[in-house]
Design a protein around this ligand. Sequence first.
Ligand code: NDP
Length: 492
Amino acid sequence: MTELPDGRLYLAGDWVAGQGDEITSYFPHDGSVNRVLCGASAAQVDQAIARAKAAQADPAWRGMKPHERARILYRIADGIEGNIARISEIQSRDTGKTLRETAALAASAAGTFRYMGAALETLDDTMTVPRADTLTLSVHEPLGVIGAITPWNSPIASDAQKLAPALAAGNAVILKPASWSPLTALELARIVDQAGLPKGLLSVLPGSGREVGNRLVEHPDIAKISFTGGTETGRRIARQAADKLMPVSLELGGKSPTIVFEDSDIALAVAGVLFGIFSSSGQSCIAGSRLFVQRSIYDAFVARLVAATKALVVGHPFDAATQVAPLIHPDHRDAVAGHVAQALADGAALLCGGAAPEGEGFAQGNYYLPTILAGLPNTATLCREEVFGPVLAVLPFDDEADVIAQGNDNAYGLACGIWTRDFPRAYRVARAITTGTVWINTYKQFSISTPFGGEKDAGVGREKGREGIRQYMAQKSLYVDLTGRPHPWARL
Ligand code: NDP
């Protein structure tokens, strides 16, 4: 078995014991303890920020040529790639995700560092059109010290999505991972350290949102918060940021509609809907948790979907056959079960799931069966609130206008899936749906080169893509006089 990180924190390049609240990482399969550690104290956060500020201001970093800084990012990518099996196991123990999924997340994190290095090397500043005898330029500078706050569901991928562009842009970063999954980010710190990032530029400080997260948001020397997590936490951070006039980017929750038209390729749609909601055990911001099926095929499609759902393999995260692994924490499993109980009380029909699986192997873990509920209107709580678990609400719709109205009638606006053979229709619906991402005849496909983010309560700002680096930079305008003459106003 892979040795887990020893629980020390990575504070500005030094490995130190935390002085804050105790945190325990559990293995979601059986509740066994992975590691007990102490998170950072507010004083340690302050110390990390002070050292990050000094390291970021050092001309050796600020003045480093983009291709040289990119080389560090490439080394981090190599370090992740060379340790995929190790990172994957640590992350699966930390979160309960399958090894297959955590290996893919680690590979994508390596790709993120490599892409951001390449983007940095090829990103141009611009010479703008002058309105006088001046040379006018629009250039970009780093912001300073970035606070990155991430959730527990896909640690290494969401950590890389913030660290890579923020470092590429020439900043320093303090990363606060979620308390339920602190180990993966500490392993990433080890790799970054070995890649030769100058000391002080990165700190990885697990700790509670109340102590560490809050301190990062409030600290006067944090120039920006990049947050991924729940909408209520995001809203609170945005309010605090407003007081400091500090920019924030917020990747928040979702209640994404998946739309199956009567002319869709049914096998393709069933597979896509299953993957969209039940992969990662539904613990995904982009989970396709509201399924709209055209009324003419509703009964036949739902019957096929339910049969396929019952055939999904629920099991141990390390078993290669497993499709649905345990949820992160018993509290979260109970919260998911609570959403289902509420839906049933509201009159939903339970088509499958709705309980923990039976059997010896599941007794100690946070397992919950893939669940499909029908018969509730789009206004029901189940169709409004994010469950963040393997729970799908199914609803019928009549036509394009009806499904656009129902799809958009939700506070979130993160993602949408459309299944049809009619491309003009897919295009019309895709343009009319208010979400940051739309997939057509596919779902949960990602590329670091394609921007990602939410509308409405799903967030503010976009990550990824070449422009992703710009989110961590301040634009500056330069005017250079070309005349050599004193300004006429002075009458010299
Ligand atoms: P939370 O909002 O509870 O926590 C996210 C992070 O914020 C954690 O590190 C948490 O720390 C920290 N935090 C909590 N309170 C504060 C605070 N007052 N100040 C600063 N930081 C704080 O979300 P979850 O961890 O439960 O993650 C699930 C949510 O994340 C879902 O809503 C999901 O949709 C969303 N998400 C969005 C994604 C997107 O890209 N749009 C991607 C993935 C998830 P601690 O763990 O110590 O509480």
